[in-house]
Design a protein around this ligand. Structure first.
Ligand code: GLC
Length: 450
């Protein structure tokens, strides 16, 4: 069985790298390959753009230590000792369908799962290493496979997080982090490591059906300008699945071959977390902001900083108002269960999305940029004013040269009065809003607004 897999993978890599990507024709044959997204890719981008909400899952053997996904680095654990965790990894409570159903209930349209994080443990059965779920852990079940099946059954897209760095492999590039894990000081020959990554990416794109996106992370570990061989990795991915989106959390502007722009813990255009200083907001690519529900990405046993459902809904609305999706993270425990707080938040968000999701899904950023009081989204001739925090019972909207034909409060269906002149619209709310999100739907006569 293993040999057959191996042979198929080799064949897939070979054909993807040599056949001018016949499957996708995504890269021109010139020496400086220019990436032209295929129809399938453009369709995936559109679907992604319309999705509004995704759920990130950070889960691995690190979850057993309850100290986040960076524990190997942060506690300077010897990587050989750390690897022994795998021998006790048997998350009896893991049920992919239960996860996917809970996540679907939140209104999310996709899941991004950590197939392999910086600790190097593969949560899928890989022929390229024994340090994986099927060889090294008594659990023995291929988690990516079970998740992929459940996602496909429930109609959710599966995205896979894949780390470029590896704190355990001796052939991986030595960056800023993972210096205390006891690896011998850096060999600079990373040939075998890149071969390994390409082999694994080929498995991920060949063995689990349609994959919505590959989400790279760890670029920032090496000095700027380090050659991560994206000119090989990206065509490989698009060659295997032209519709698979490529995102890279490198904290810079998207580069050739990438299909989405990622912001970490920042809304597009913000730089509060300090990771987004070197990024402009792309006007052509779909945007995604990833954020934690608690304080940590991976399970942290001390995490008591879960954001309230209201805060999370506000974050989602603020992302949509900036034209981006929210990728909201959960760190399941060592037993394979989603933390209760996370299940609770998923339910609350789901209730809200059932009622008001139409003001988020398939919308674009609204005509009024985000303000202290909230954000706006737009669908056709409907402009949605999301009032999240306002102390007054009226609100002035600087909508110039635009005719509003009706205003209605979405929460209770009541028509609202408004006064309009050349400078904009004064909305009379009839009350000081105290809803999680007081939404006003404005019907516009024309869809272009100055
Ligand atoms: C950062 C962290 C990483 C996490 C990622 C999620 O890159 O280093 O642990 O997976 O953010 O956005």
């Amino acid at each position: 069985m293993g040999k057959i897999f191996f042979a198929i993978n080799i064949l897939l890599i070979f054909s993807a790298l040599t056949a001018g990507n016949a499957a996708g024709q995504a890269y021109s044959g010139h020496e400086e390959a220019r990436y032209v997204p295929t129809e399938a890719n453009l369709a995936s981008r559109q679907e992604f753009r319309e999705a509004g909400l995704g759920i990130f899952i950070h889960w691995g053997v690190y979850s057993m230590l309850g100290d986040g996904e960076w524990v190997l680095n942060n506690q300077d654990i010897d990587y050989k000792e750390y690897a022994k965790l795998a021998g006790g990894f048997c998350p009896a409570g893991f049920d992919a369908e239960e996860w996917v159903k809970a996540i679907k209930g939140s209104g999310a349209k996709y899941i991004c799962f950590t197939a392999r994080h910086h600790d190097g443990f593969s949560m899928f059965g890989s022929e390229y290493t024994d340090y994986d779920i099927t060889d090294a852990a008594p659990f023995g079940r291929d988690i990516v496979k079970e998740l992929a099946e459940a996602c496909h059954k429930e109609g959710l897209r599966l995205h896979l997080y894949y780390s470029l760095i590896d704190w355990g492999r001796e052939d991986a590039p030595r960056g800023r982090t993972g210096r205390g894990t006891g690896r011998p000081e850096g060999s600079t020959d990373t040939t075998a490591y890149f071969k390994f990554m390409k082999g694994q990416l080929t498995e991920l794109l060949g063995n689990y059906g349609e994959i919505g996106a590959i989400w790279f992370d760890g670029d920032w570990d090496m000095p700027e300008g380090y050659d991560w061989r994206y000119d090989e990795l990206y065509p490989l991915i698009h060659g295997l699945q032209p519709g698979c989106l490529i995102g890279n959390n490198h904290h810079r502007n998207p580069i050739e071959g990438e299909d989405i722009q990622i912001f970490e813990r920042d809304l597009p255009g913000e730089n509060l977390a300090g990771y987004s200083g070197a990024q402009d907001v792309s006007t052509s690519l779909p945007l995604e902001t990833c954020q934690t529900m608690g304080a940590s990405w991976g399970y942290d046993i001390h995490d008591d900083e879960y954001k309230s459902a209201e805060e999370l809904i506000h974050y989602l609305v603020n992302a949509a108002g900036r034209g981006g999706n929210l990728l909201l993270n959960i760190g399941p425990g060592p037993d394979g269960k989603l933390p209760e707080q996370a299940v609770d938040r998923l339910e609350s968000i789901g209730k809200w999305m059932d009622e008001f999701g139409f003001t988020i899904y398939r919308t674009q950023r609204g005509d009024i940029p985000p303000r202290d009081w909230g954000a706006t989204t737009r669908k056709g001739n409907r402009l949605y004013i999301h009032i999240l925090d306002l102390q007054d019972d009226s609100l002035f909207l600087p909508l110039k040269d635009c005719k509003i034909t009706a205003a209605q409060c979405v929460n209770d269906g009541k028509r609202l009065k408004f006064i309009q002149d050349k400078d904009g619209v004064l909305l009379k709310l009839g009350t000081v809003p105290d809803e999680t999100d007081f939404i006003v739907e404005l019907v516009l006569k024309q869809t272009t607004i100055k």
